[in-house]
Design a protein around this ligand. Structure first.
Ligand code: URA
Length: 200
């Protein structure tokens, strides 16, 4: 039997593999189960813990704005986090917590099968490319394998503390839209498959 998102949700609620479950609610990702684009943040914050939904606090409001700026709605994409519980006082998640929660993110990726994964910030980027720095590669697509591209972008919360990053985030979303238009959802199939690769 193939696992569904609601079944995954239920399993996560019963899971005790990460000590953060003692102080916080489980927050799985949410969105379109057939999304081509998946956004991955760091860990839930206060609002997310309260509502048991990802990205519904101030960083989430900004993420909604960024999505809207490129014509996307939350219901078009899938949004999740590396760590499934709010760390106390919003401290950064530890390597151990990230490793403990990793199977849940992997299960979500396996179910959604996104074509483009957007890690928001360095914790999510580190899940895919441990040696790359977000400062160096934000806005630049990185091939993960034949079917998935990772498109790193700064975490929206970073712009709430550092106004200078706001423009950079809008720019990176514009670049993401261009990438999606050219490689993922082009109405013209010839754009998707370069002519040289089409067998004659
Ligand atoms: N920051 C994150 O990384 N994830 C959330 O869900 C909310 C804020």
């Amino acid at each position: 039997m193939e696992l569904t998102l609601p079944a995954l949700q239920e399993k996560l609620r019963e899971w005790k593999g990460c000590p953060l479950h003692e102080t916080a609610n489980a927050v799985l990702g949410e969105g379109n189960p057939h999304a081509e684009v998946m956004f991955i943040g760091e860990a839930p914050g206060e609002q997310e813990d309260k509502l048991k939904r990802p990205f519904v606090g101030p960083a989430g409001k900004f993420l909604d704005e960024l999505l809207e700026s490129i014509g996307l709605k939350r219901s078009d994409v899938y949004i999740s986090n590396v760590v499934k519980y709010r760390p106390p006082a919003n401290r950064e998640p530890t390597d151990e917590e990230k490793a403990q929660c990793m199977p849940w993110l992997q299960a979500e990726i396996a179910l959604i099968k996104p074509k483009v994964i957007v890690p928001l910030g360095r914790h999510a980027l580190g899940h895919f490319f441990s040696k790359l720095s977000i400062t160096a590669v934000h806005g630049k697509p990185q091939k993960l394998n034949d079917s998935v591209t990772v498109f790193p972008i700064y975490h929206p919360a970073a712009a709430l503390h550092n106004g200078g990053l706001r423009d950079s985030l809008f720019e990176d979303f514009k670049a993401l839209k261009q990438f999606l238009d050219e490689h993922v959802r082009s109405p013209n199939p010839e754009v998707r498959i370069p002519k040289s690769e089409v067998p004659s």
